[in-house]
Design a protein around this ligand. Structure first.
Ligand code: SME
Length: 177
């Protein structure tokens, strides 16, 4: 398989079909690679191209990427990982912002329909109007998060949550963190 082709998503796919194609491509990409940087970098690319193949609001995604536990301050801070989009905050304290809330404790998905209604939202890109953050777990422990921002309000729904949680599960178990 020519892996670069994995970034091509037909505009005729439904969102569920697009997530299924992404999961299948990523499964194949991570098969012989356990390095988390390589795998999350390719996942950020796949997510970006997938959202931009879909109708609005998905096509208004303006940031897709990862924050991981910062090894220099274990358990207390996230640090920027691979992403697509504008330059972003380098570190986020656990418990702060949407990412820090999703990474706290056992981790939970946080779906924010309107960032103005989420107290403590950290505005890395002033274009962002909605956001979804999904924890990544390895052996039951949170190791990082997937973070997706959208320039439209209500950019994400339960289908996005389901699709991203499946991606998080795959990455959690298929990388060395
Ligand atoms: N909005 C995030 C910060 C990261 S950026 O969106 C890339 C937050 O509140 O944690």
């Amino acid at each position: 398989m020519v892996h670069a082709d994995a970034s091509n998503f037909s505009s005729s796919l439904s969102k569920a079909e697009a997530y299924a194609q992404l999961l299948s491509s990523l499964t194949s990409l991570v098969q012989d690679q356990r390095n988390w940087v390589a795998n999350t970098a390719n996942a950020a690319s796949l997510l970006w191209h997938m959202y931009h193949s879909l109708p609005a609001p998905s096509s208004s995604v303006n940031w897709s990427g990862f924050y991981v536990l910062d090894p220099s301050d274990p358990g207390k801070q996230l640090i920027l990982g691979p992403f697509m989009g504008k330059v972003a905050c380098q570190t986020i304290r656990i418990g702060k912002g949407v990412c820090g809330a999703a990474a706290e404790g056992e981790g939970r998905t946080v779906l924010v329909k309107d960032v103005e209604e989420f107290p403590g939202h950290i505005a890395c890109d002033s274009d962002s109007r909605s956001e979804i953050v999904v924890p990544l777990r390895s052996s039951g422990k949170v190791v990082g998060v997937i973070d997706i921002d959208c320039a439209d309000v209500q950019g994400f729904d339960q289908e996005d949550q389901k699709g991203l949680e499946a991606i998080a599960e795959l990455l959690g178990k298929s990388c060395d963190w």
